[in-house]
Design a protein around this ligand. Structure first.
Ligand code: AMP
Length: 597
């Protein structure tokens, strides 16, 4: 049996033994988990009436009777729970809250039901992370972690259940707020700062405390790469005020939340002119290369997810961090936490996640030629593969059955098997299905972009103009990143004065933002984590050149389709060299925590 390595302490040894046990018996653990889930939820309407499972808890009956579903299939059940129906609909245990996924349905966040005990399962997965990290990095108990963690706005469903992002739920839980002291998990951010709903105050307090503990910081992180880059941008914008507060031992009145002020006062107990001087001398020159390593010189690694959509941030993070290693530690979602990276110090391109077989029941839909097998077109039943039976090299779509009552639910993630740890497969995250553009947690698909372009281009009619063709790019070199939409316009009447004026094209930018899903609008309007949408008008004939370029590289002229998003640098260069005008959204789109009707 492969052993992970020598544990750093007794508690770590227990956790590593648990990983060994779970991965060595993946098949058996999965069978037990399925039986537990089906027993717990046997009286729930979904399994009892809709699937007619008759109390069976075995795999064969489950696979024969329970259909593979998407969110749209279970939306009616979820809506009833959200509206206040407390009967056992999906789960035998009471649904305690909804976790709002960054995936959307009809433009609104998906609502994922959860039950109380799920927090224990999440906690268990979190508790495996440091024992694994300690195998690769020594001495993490001798200092602190600077983690930028945030809560987001939450709402209540019509039936009164909280609806909030999974991390907001976790940070507000007893598990996080009253966690026991653990020398390997000492954070610079006071809990009150993490829990402050005001993004500026929260970030300011976390940055200030991170600077105060400058020499004790051994790792710097955020959940996603985009979050860490926002923190760096915040430092660029506010270092003068931060240095001032450190030099004087005061806290700017812009942080007004009494709990945050009290927590910061406990950290910043006296003026520290020497520290303020260091911050000023590092920031004042305007040289931001390697700023993380310069401000926090003892940092051993960045703890941040740079797989999937976040891979686009790797070069920028390398620039600001001075080439520090990036550790991607876990893979999780609102529906369920999946697993962890057993080699967290590997290169970003080599990251694989091992799904922990105790978290839920996992099945895998093989992907053939990029499409899930058993498509609706052929009508053939979907052939799902069990966790322990997936094959190395193959790609699959992840399907989960959770304790909270999602049954054979398609998550939408495409994974590739890279190997096995004991009998548990390791997966590379390949992509999320149907995502065209993503800056942060937003996921905009092709249909959403198409609708947005249609809505905005309608505003051009009065100028006798229309959009001939379009494509887009997630621009992530600037912080925060923003959507760039390339438009080729056709203007029917000749003459300069018939060209739509700047204000008209800016209005198109805003109209497009108004048409985007609620996750996008929240990131723009409430969190400021996405910058204003930009339209770049390209000169006539550009999209034909784009086609010529693709055909020159081997694309078939008959099958050529305009890509609705581009990431390939030569294509972006081609588009940018043809730009005749660039316009930005002049305001934020409307957003409220309550779903739109
Ligand atoms: P949400 O439900 O909004 O928390 O989003 C969960 C989704 O984020 C997952 O289904 C993945 O598509 C993506 N995700 C989460 N963790 C990772 C990771 N470590 N690497 C790549 N993508 C991830």
């Amino acid at each position: 049996m492969a052993a992970l390595g020598v544990a750093a302490c007794e508690k770590d040894a227990e956790m590593l033994a648990l990983i060994e046990e779970l991965t060595a018996n993946a098949g058996r653990v999965q069978e037990r988990v399925l039986a537990e889930i089906l027993t717990q939820n046997s009286e729930a309407e979904y399994l009892k009436q809709k699937c007619d499972l008759g109390g069976a808890t075995d795999r064969a009956t489950f696979k024969a009777k329970v259909p593979v579903v998407t969110y749209e299939d279970v939306r009616p059940e979820i809506q009833r729970i959200a509206d206040g129906d407390c009967s056992a609909i999906l789960s035998g245990h009471p649904i305690t809250e909804f976790l709002t996924s960054s995936g959307t349905s009809a433009g609104e966040r998906k609502l994922m039901p959860t039950i109380q005990e799920e927090l224990d399962r999440k906690q268990l997965l979190y508790s495996l992370l440091m024992p694994v990290m300690n195998l690769y990095v020594d001495g993490l108990d001798k200092g602190m972690g600077l983690y930028f963690l945030f809560v987001k706005a939450e709402s209540k469903t019509a039936g009164g259940l909280p609806a909030r992002p999974v991390l907001t739920s976790y940070y507000k839980s007893h598990h996080f707020r009253h966690r026991h002291f653990d020398p390997y998990n000492v954070y610079t951010s006071p809990t009150a700062a993490v829990l402050c709903p005001d993004a500026f105050q929260s970030m300011y307090a976390q940055m200030l405390c991170g600077l105060h503990h400058r020499l004790r910081v051994l790792r710097v992180g955020a959940v996603f790469a985009s979050g860490l880059l926002r923190a760096i941008r915040f430092l660029q914008l506010h270092w003068r005020q931060l240095a001032h507060d450190i030099a004087t031992g005061t806290l700017t009145p812009r942080v007004s939340d009494p709990a945050v002020r009290a927590a910061v006062a406990e950290v910043l107990t006296r003026p520290d002119a020497a520290l303020a001087e260091v911050i000023e001398s590092e920031c004042a020159g305007g040289d931001w290369a390697g700023i993380v390593a310069r401000i926090w010189p003892n940092t051993k690694y960045l703890d941040v997810i740079v797989t999937g959509a976040m891979a686009q941030y790797i070069p920028t993070l390398e620039f600001y961090s001075g080439g520090l290693p990036m550790a991607c530690t876990m893979y999780a979602s609102s529906e369920c936490y999946f697993g962890l990276n057993l080699r967290p110090m590997c290169k970003p391109g080599e990251v694989s996640y091992t799904i922990m077989p105790n978290m839920a029941y996992f099945e895998f839909l093989p992907l053939e030629d990029g499409l899930s097998s058993g498509s609706a077109a052929t009508g053939a039943p979907l052939q799902l593969v069990d966790l322990a039976r997936v094959e190395v090299g193959k790609q699959y779509e992840l399907v989960i059955t959770t304790y909270a009552g999602l049954c054979r639910y398609r998550v939408g993630d495409i994974l590739q098997v890279t190997g096995f740890y004991n009998s548990a497969p390791e997966f590379r995250f390949v992509r999320r299905k149907n995502v065209l553009l993503s800056i942060e947690s937003d996921k905009t698909d092709e249909a959403e972009l198409q609708r947005a372009v249609e809505r905005a281009s309608a505003l051009l009619r009065r100028w006798g103009a229309s959009v001939v063709d379009y494509t887009s790019q997630a621009e992530t070199r600037s912080i925060p990143g923003h959507y760039v939409i390339y438009w080729e316009l056709l203007v029917r009447s000749e003459g300069e004065d018939r060209w739509p004026p700047k204000e008209a094209l800016e209005a198109c930018c805003l109209e497009m933002e108004e048409a985007m899903n609620s996750v996008y609008r929240q990131s723009r309007a409430a969190d400021g984590s996405i910058g204003p949408l930009e339209i770049r008008v390209v000169r006539g004939g550009t999209f034909e050149e784009l086609m010529d370029y693709a055909i020159g590289r081997g694309a078939s002229i008959n099958q050529y389709k305009v890509p609705r998003a581009v990431a390939f640098e030569p294509i972006i260069e081609l588009l940018d060299s043809r730009v005749v005008g660039a316009y930005f959204s002049p305001a934020c789109p409307k957003w409220t925590p309550q779903p739109r009707n």
